[in-house]
Design a binder for this molecule. Structure first.
Ligand SMILES: [Zn+2]
Length: 183
């Protein structure tokens, strides 16, 4: 589970709450502060936030350093990505929907930095431009995830059963693999 907390100075902070985490850790990945922590009852978001606060000066400095290393995507590169996304994602979504018999109403592609995708109860699927930066089998995973939400709006057992049906039983494996990437 990932929660996002906004900090005035540090920007959007991703809090990764994972069952395997034993300690609180703060690090920087791809220009963003990431906090890793155990789940409740051992893990408490307030402790994580406190740790981030205590290390704020250091984190700010590290963020600045990293920004220097990674040049910002040029406007031109981004425009190319937008054009590619607007061709690839609607086509692939339609293909997968036809193959597995899902229906949706509308697809929107945005430069969303907090989620790979989302699906509204009215069948509107929102996809992040960031999908264009991950391997195609993981793009499919996200598209199928949103398509499954057109049937099951939650992440309950029925949702995961459906996800397994359309991924050949690989849903959890793909989910873990996607975690290696950040938006
Ligand atoms: Zn979901």
């Amino acid at each position: 589970m990932v929660r996002y907390v906004k900090d005035e100075a540090l920007g959007l902070i991703a809090l990764r709450i994972t069952a395997t985490a034993r300690k609180y850790k703060v690090f920087i990945r791809r220009g963003r502060v990431v906090g890793s922590m155990p789940p409740p009852p051992y893990g408490e978001v307030s402790i994580m936030i406190k740790l981030i606060d205590e290390n704020k000066a250091e984190l700010l400095k590290a963020l600045k350093e990293e920004k220097k290393k990674i040049p910002d995507e040029t406007v031109e590169q981004r425009n190319v990505l937008i054009r590619k996304a607007n061709v690839y994602l609607p086509e692939r979504l339609a293909e997968l929907a036809t193959k597995y018999d899902f229906s949706y109403r509308i697809i929107r592609i945005k430069d969303n930095k907090s989620r790979w995708g989302s699906c509204s109860s009215l069948g509107a699927i929102n996809l992040s431009l960031g999908l264009m930066r991950i391997p195609t089998h993981l793009i499919d995973y996200v598209l199928l995830h949103e398509l499954c939400h057109t049937v099951e709006m939650n992440h309950g057992p029925r949702f995961w059963a459906l996800m397994n049906k359309v991924t050949g039983g690989d849903a959890k494996k793909l989910r873990l693999e996607l975690r290696k990437y950040s938006l």
